[in-house]
Design a protein around this ligand. Sequence first.
Ligand SMILES: Cc1ncc(COP(=O)(O)O)c(C=O)c1O
Length: 458
Amino acid sequence: MQRKKIVLPESEIPRQWYNIMADMPTPLEPPLHPGTGEPAGPDDLSPIFPMNLIEQEVSTKRWIDIPEEILEKYLIWRPTPLYRAYNLEKHLKTPARIYYKNEGVSPAGSHKPNTAIAQAYYNKEAGTRRITTETGAGQWGSALSMCCSFFGLECKVFMVKISYNQKPYRRLMMETWGATCTASPSTETQAGRSILEKNPDSPGSLGMAISEAVEAAVGDEYTKYSLGSVLNHVMLHQTINGLETQKQLEMAGDYPDVVIGCAGGGSNFAGNCLPFVRDKIHGKEIDIIGVEPSSCPTMSRGPFAYDFGDTVQMTPLMPMHTLGHDFVPAPIHAGGLRYHGMAPILSQLLLDKLIRAENINQLETFQAGITFARTEGFISAPECNHAVAMTIREALKAREEGKEKTILCNWSGHGLVDMAAYEAYLSGQLSDQPLPEEEITRALEAIAPLPKPRQYIG
Ligand SMILES: Cc1ncc(COP(=O)(O)O)c(C=O)c1O
């Protein structure tokens, strides 16, 4: 009988995270203070984050031990299974071997708890009592709500308004785990009020929700802010995924030619691919592809520049691919991919040609999700459908070329709370909304007055 699932025993769970900052050929340029434009040091970040996470943010130590308390919680759903997609392969008549790493088995339904557990733990250790955050589609907000409840912390989530209205079950998950969830922009913060004054019907964006969550954290020494993607320490925590995958592929006697993940702020893609990027730095030949929506093509079309992480310019400036901090993306259903910036680590790896970026239209991603559901069974989150669509493209290319390659797809989460999006697709209500070229001009205008990184690409 063929082996469908490659299951790593609990005793084999990785005990350290991998920090790519130790191996990057080009080190990152520092974040800059939003007011002065000077490099931001640990003290500048301390009103928002606890010092133990700031230390991880700037660390260049290659391996970082995972505390026992975090490992204990990881064991609720980790190690996650690696699947061989025999049914999809057969359906596509491809000679490629397709594997997918199923991060949808976590209680919250995605990869997000990999860092939420760590962030809740380190905040608790540092004396934090309350955490604020933003969420797009609700995967991050629900993951953090669960993890705060594990460590007895209060959790306040600002959820992008359009998703808040589209996905009431995500809000209910957050409330079940004890968190408070508010639609953003809201009247609870100065940032929210100023946005609503200009546009009372604003659908919200991740950049706006971040502004609200940061504002709600600063000024109270027991409240900190938490970000579910983009930052270096988030990428670090997510590497448990790729490290497990490497052990599982070794068990299967295989190694990937292609590694694929969808990219919003970059955390699931980074988590799976960074250990493979390390191999690539050491000489392996691998095609590592981050997949974005055509309506929010941050890595594939955005300039590389210093930009704010939020709309009202409160966060430090980060060197990254960006569509501009004032970007309001089209209301596609992959809410978690509607972010204007990309993780500085991935942005730099893209400049160094260690990874590459593609973007795909919404309808192709849903078609891929349907094919995946009807062959492998699992219903993917709309974000994750971007990775599935790219995997199908690569498998069909292997068929045309008659090549037996190995494709690894990071399956970042299930879509069981996203069925309204499937309903819209199945009833023909969805459309493609590729980003118009004028939006790139607007992005360049938004970043024009800001300092430029050494490798600026406009
Ligand atoms: C299932 C799923 N995949 C991917 C993403 C994109 O985020 P990131 O790029 O940080 O992994 C999200 C974000 O909400 C998500 O929920």
